[in-house]
Design a protein around this ligand. Structure first.
Ligand SMILES: *Cc1c(COP(=O)(O)O)cnc(C)c1O
Length: 358
């Protein structure tokens, strides 16, 4: 299988040294080495999440922790704010787990506005609400600072946030915002292979969780949390130690270039991509809500995206079609992880040749 440079919103390309770190010989998951590794990862992830709260790792993709969080922490009713496919997924998870929930939607390309959160929370019907930080189907990054201001008036309502496609790629000050459970996956801006998820969790979320019956087993957030303290950062089931050794190295690399610089790289790549897309097509999302990790472009030239991707594939590149309802109407260019300006310019050059833009 010939490798294609990935400009899709996960999985993204992994550095060869990080990939090689997965090939470490196995060690016991109940060993001191396992505890030390998992403790080190948690401490480094706290810096990425800008939190002092406990970090939990999960051997699953991010959806596992999303399901675990809405199931373990919702007692009465959840308000699910959706700006696209991944927001809706959280609603489906609530329904499938028998959790009462209401879905609040907006037109594609629009954000969740603080006024909508205010109106819902003011009803007093909800003990939990969910926000998608960065909606990968529409390329919207929600105004979480303004949402946090609204939420300060409703401190008893738990805030769960999907930061799967943005954590690491842009600053998300989890504690300052007051998010109770912030979730991410390994295969997006953290630039690891898929299969590992991580979240932060506040003690008040755990206290609520203790009063919730039927939290499930594998994704019981309270059990995961308690185990960390009981067993020195170990996990109830056998975790993906291979991902953990790679994550530990990836975090060292991110911290050694500096988080500011890693975020900045995403910001610059986003600007470059939006500039190029605006010149030849149209952007789906306004500047104010533009995702730092994925740009969604209106297919104003009515290209057959499948054909475009096939031609790109022959040149060793891959972009993403639109997601769900936006398929073929849009295409997506991800700029996550260690991607460079030169690599993006390379992609744009090939696209211009294939489409005949020159
Ligand atoms: C990719 C993605 C998910 C799903 O994550 P998995 O790790 O594939 O389970 C959820 N939310 C957003 C915003 C995503 O981009």
């Amino acid at each position: 299988m010939a490798h294609k440079k990935l400009f899709i919103p996960g999985p993204v390309d992994v550095r060869p040294d990080v990939l090689a770190a997965m090939a470490v010989p196995m060690f016991g998951h109940r060993s001191k080495d396992a505890s030390a590794l998992q403790r080190a990862i948690s401490e480094k992830l706290q810096r990425v999440f800008q939190t002092k709260e406990q970090i939990l790792l999960s051997t699953s993709s991010g959806s596992g922790l999303m399901e675990g969080a809405i199931r373990s922490f919702t007692k009465e009713r959840a308000a699910v704010f959706s700006v696209g496919a991944f927001g809706k997924r959280w609603y489906e998870m609530a329904v499938m787990n028998g959790k009462p929930a209401d879905l609040f939607e907006v037109p594609q390309g629009d954000p969740t506005l603080p006024e909508a959160v205010e109106a819902a929370l003011a009803t007093g019907k909800y003990d939990t609400f969910t926000i998608t930080h960065n909606e990968t189907s529409s390329g919207v990054m929600n105004p979480v600072g303004a949402i946090a201001e609204v939420r300060r008036r409703y401190p008893d309502v738990l805030w769960l946030m999907d930061a799967v496609s943005s954590m690491g790629g842009t600053p998300i000050p989890v504690d300052e915002l007051g998010v109770d459970c912030c979730i991410t996956s390994s295969q997006k801006a953290l630039a690891l292979p898929p299969g590992l998820a991580a979240c932060s969790v506040t003690p008040r979320a755990i206290e609520r969780g203790r009063t919730v019956k039927e939290r499930g087993f594998y994704f019981d957030m309270v059990q995961l949390y308690d185990f960390i303290f009981k067993k020195d950062f170990q996990y109830p089931s056998t975790p993906t130690l291979s991902h953990m050794t790679a994550l530990n190295l990836q975090l060292d690399l991110m911290l050694s270039v500096g988080l500011e610089s890693y975020w900045q790289r995403h910001e610059e790549n986003m600007r470059l991509t939006r500039q190029w897309a605006a010149k030849h097509f149209q952007l789906l999302v306004d500047e104010a809500y533009a995702s730092r990790t994925v740009t969604v472009v209106h297919n104003t030239r009515n290209l057959v995206i499948g054909d475009l991707n096939k031609a790109l594939g022959e040149r060793g590149y891959q972009i993403a079609n639109g997601y769900g309802d936006l398929k073929d109407k849009t295409f997506r260019i991800a700029h996550m992880g260690w991607r460079t300006r030169e690599e993006l310019e390379g992609l744009f050059g090939h696209m211009e040749e294939i489409i005949g833009l020159k």
